[in-house]
Design a protein around this ligand. Structure first.
Ligand code: DAH
Length: 345
């Protein structure tokens, strides 16, 4: 008799183990069968009295095991089923939900400024010339009429490649002039944006790497008046239609005559502010008529051709425009800084 009841209890134990409800309904059926008020385990408790004394304890333990197994299995199955329905619900598609906003990157203020400048010159027929940043001494200095004892060549200013007196990181985009004029015949009209390097101590105002744009125009009968007109057009396009320019005599080895160009302050409309240091003018670029010696160095007949050139730093332009007071911000790639330019193009 008792072995029969033992058998029944063991069978239920097996059934609990093997039971795998796959829906809420099946789980509820499991609960009713094993844990409900009229559950199938309960009547077995009243069978205890029919078990011989020596096995009563064993039977009691078996019933307790049945009960606790049913309970833990139910809890486990219930949790599993809930998690499954939750993830199913999560996957449901709402085709009418508004799209997640796309996190757009932003252009770097240097790129914005460079693109604007290049674009202005492209509109009047200048094409972009991009050249190497690792340059040789000839293109960077010699061809550009910068004699060997010129201070600009000093190790203090120029990064030479290791164990080389010949190869260097270009110190200005004027090296592109030599690259272009030795490979293309006039008429030449190019604009050359790019990175340049100088061995400077890094501070809020100076960096050892920065950007320049070089302009070059070589043809027959190019005059200083052409230079002035071109730069006036450029200044009005970049800084606004009311902008005035002034050219101050200056010196560069590669141009003769040379000038520096100031524009009427675009921050305060020449009223006087801390950007123009209350002069109403800000210096923006160096320029001049290409020295005939430079044309000849590059194999261009200086009796037939003349040309003008100009060069400007980009960081200063961007810093003035966006009121950035530390040049290092332009090289740190701090997303909090860059994000501020999201709406600029
Ligand atoms: N290369 C000069 C510099 O780095 C800028 C410059 C001045 C470029 C006069 C020119 C120029 O083409 O004509 O400061």
């Amino acid at each position: 008799m008792s072995s029969e009841i033992f058998g029944k209890a063991n069978k239920l134990l097996e059934e609990i183990k093997a039971n795998l409800p796959k829906s809420k309904e099946e789980l509820e059926a499991f609960r009713i069968r094993f844990l409900g008020t009229k559950n199938i385990i309960r009547p077995l408790f009243s069978e205890i009295k029919n078990i011989e004394n020596t096995r009563k304890k064993e039977f009691g333990q078996l019933l307790n095991q049945l009960k606790s197994n049913a309970e833990s299995k139910f809890n486990e199955l219930k949790a599993g089923l809930e998690a499954a329905t939750e993830s199913q619900e999560g996957e449901e598609l709402d085709l009418f939900a508004p799209a997640e906003p796309i996190a757009l990157g932003s252009r770097h203020p240097i790129s914005i400024t460079l693109n604007k400048i290049v674009d202005i010159f492209a509109r009047i027929g200048f094409t972009v010339a991009e050249e190497r940043e690792i340059e040789d001494d000839w293109h960077n200095f010699t061809a550009m009429n910068t004699p060997e004892d010129h201070p600009a060549r000093d190790m203090q200013d120029t990064f030479y490649l290791k164990n080389s007196t010949e190869m260097l990181l270009r110190t200005h985009t004027s090296s592109v002039q030599a690259r272009v004029m030795t490979s293309v015949r006039p008429p030449i009209r190019i604009i050359a944006p790019g990175r340049v390097y100088r061995n400077e101590t890094i501070s809020a105002r100076a960096h050892c790497q920065f950007h320049q744009v070089e302009g070059l125009y070589v043809d027959e009968n190019v005059s200083f008046a052409d230079l002035k007109q071109t730069l006036t057009y450029f200044a009005k396009e970049l800084y606004g239609p009311n902008t005035k320019i002034r050219l101050r005599p200056s010196f560069f080895p590669f141009t003769e005559p040379s000038a520096e160009m100031d524009v009427s302050c675009f921050i305060c409309d020449a009223e006087g502010c801390n950007v123009c240091k209350y002069t109403g003018w800000v210096e923006v670029l160096g320029c001049g008529m290409i020295d005939p010696a430079v044309l000849e160095n590059c194999g261009i007949d200086s009796t037939k051709y003349t040309g003008f050139a100009f060069g400007m730093g980009i960081e200063r332009q961007a810093m003035m425009k966006y009121r950035i007071n530390d040049i290092r911000l332009l090289f740190e790639n701090d997303a909090r800084f860059l994000k501020q330019f999201t709406s600029a193009i």
